[in-house]
Design a protein around this ligand. Structure first.
Ligand SMILES: C[S@@+](CC[C@H](N)C(=O)[O-])C[C@H]1O[C@@H](n2cnc3c(N)ncnc32)[C@H](O)[C@@H]1O
Length: 167
């Protein structure tokens, strides 16, 4: 479902930072090779994620729902130089494509992929996250939130994608 009209979306894109080339390439390859490309973070949303991450300048980021890696790369743009982004996806078939783009993005060494159900993996993560991005199965958002709260601290920011979708 599109919440923004095409005219508004075009306006936002044309008045926002240009999309990095690697993300254009990732979007194209996702549309060519991966099912459900509508799951991709869009260009404008990606620039907003990048901006928020740069403002927060997190040491540790957690992402639930990697898909082909678009939002993980956007969020990594704001990481501290010694920071890490941990991203979880239940679909093992996406792992190699994610890794190829993470390495190409220059953030490869800072991005840690986890394969499995986020609800099983989150309790095993040993960090306190400054920024969390929830973008997996919409009906489990309450469960993801409960799972991540013990891994955050006062001042941590939790972003949720499409909270009004599929409810
Ligand atoms: C909307 S896509 C994520 C889009 C991605 N953040 C991006 O920007 O391109 C949702 C992803 O969540 C994954 N997923 C669904 N349920 C999950 C779960 N329980 N644990 C981890 N990943 C899950 C799916 O395999 C899918 O790749």
């Amino acid at each position: 479902m599109h919440f923004l009209s095409q005219v508004l979306e075009d306006y936002l894109v044309s008045h926002s930072q240009e999309e990095p080339k690697i993300l254009e390439e990732l979007t194209r390859e996702t549309h060519l090779k991966v099912i459900q490309p509508r799951m991709l973070t869009g260009q404008f949303q990606g620039r907003v994620l990048s901006l928020l991450s740069k403002i927060i300048n997190p040491r540790y980021i957690l992402e639930i729902g990697t898909y082909t890696g678009y939002s993980a790369i956007c969020l990594s743009e704001g990481l501290q130089s010694n920071g890490q982004l941990h991203t979880i996806d239940i679909n093992p078939e996406l792992f190699d494509m994610q890794r190829a783009y993470f390495d190409k993005s220059g953030f490869g060494e800072q991005i840690h992929q986890h394969v499995g159900d986020a609800l099983d993996i989150i309790p095993s993560l040993d960090h306190t996250f400054d920024l969390v991005f929830i973008d997996a199965e919409k009906k489990k958002y309450d469960n993801y939130l409960e799972a991540v709260l013990p891994k955050t601290k006062s001042g941590s920011v939790i972003l949720s994608d499409n909270v009004l979708q599929s409810r």
